[in-house]
Design a protein around this ligand. Structure first.
Ligand code: URA
Length: 268
């Protein structure tokens, strides 16, 4: 608070920001995110400052970028996971990156048999730069530990690899919008192809939307689905269990389904 601002004015300004949807103070210095950064620069042709006289040659047409096509191109060009992480971090077209501190790529062991897909980073994930490190992540760890799997397990047969369809925290922890999921899907698909898990576990509706193209976790969970030949098991998101603890029984059943599949097909 500056010397010329009294407590009541400062409080009113803070209240106004809360009403606009601010949930956290992320820095002391304000950042105007509406001012384009160098990474926002598009390969557009220069726009003439004045209207050209009738006889002048027409300006070159503006080049517009299709963000989904660009995501596909960049993701396909990534030969390995570090290259994919770099491509994702440099991808300028998703607005969510402007409000995020970190691009949250993945955690766990990339060689794991089981790859988990969540929703999007929350505030703690955004601060630390890893997926599922907040309360939902701690519950996720406990759920998988119950069948002997852990993200930091040194044996890839018992390890987990974890990512999200969206690598930037959405404002106010809202769900990612369908167009954001569609834009980032090529990166997620390439992520799965490069990690080569044996099984995908989708936690919650957003992961189902991103991979299976449909929502309805209560209907989808507990059964095996297919994504490009890979077995896919949807289950409830751990955040859902904070609101609906009665769903823990279903999640436990899903963990037993996963365990049975891993045992039927032991690691080579
Ligand atoms: N919820 C998610 O879906 N992903 C995270 O990384 C954290 C919470």
């Amino acid at each position: 608070m500056t010397a010329d601002m009294d407590w009541h004015l400062a409080r009113a300004l803070l209240q106004w920001q809360v009403e606009l949807g601010a949930t956290e103070a992320i820095g002391d210095t304000p950042v105007n995110r509406l001012i384009p950064t160098p990474s926002d620069a598009q390969p557009t042709a220069p726009v003439p400052a004045t209207v050209a006289p009738a006889a002048a040659p027409l300006p070159a047409p503006l080049v517009t970028v299709d963000p989904v096509a660009e995501a596909r191109r960049l993701a396909a060009a990534a030969a390995d996971l570090p290259a994919l992480a770099a491509a994702l971090a440099g991808f300028p077209h998703c607005e969510l990156r402007r409000g995020a501190r970190n691009c949250v790529f993945a955690d766990g062991q990339a060689q794991a048999r089981v790859m988990i897909i969540g929703e999007a980073p929350g505030s703690q994930e955004d601060r630390i730069g890893k997926p599922f490190v907040g309360p939902a992540g701690q519950l996720l760890d406990r759920i998988f530990a119950a069948i002997g799997l852990a993200r930091d397990h040194p044996d890839p047969a018992r390890a987990l690899y974890i990512t999200n369809p969206i690598p930037w925290r959405p404002p106010g922890n809202r769900e990612p919008a369908p167009d954001e999921l569609a834009m980032m899907r090529p990166f997620l698909e390439r992520h799965i192809v490069l990690a080569q898990p044996e099984v995908l576990v989708l936690v919650g509706n957003t992961a189902c939307q991103a991979i299976l193209g449909e929502r309805g976790i209560t209907r989808l969970r507990g059964r095996w689905h297919d994504w490009q030949g890979l077995p896919v098991l949807p289950t409830f998101h751990p955040s859902n269990l904070f609101r609906r603890p009665e769903n823990k029984r279903e999640v436990w059943a899903d963990m037993l389904t996963l365990q049975a599949r891993l045992r039927e097909n032991p690691a080579p």
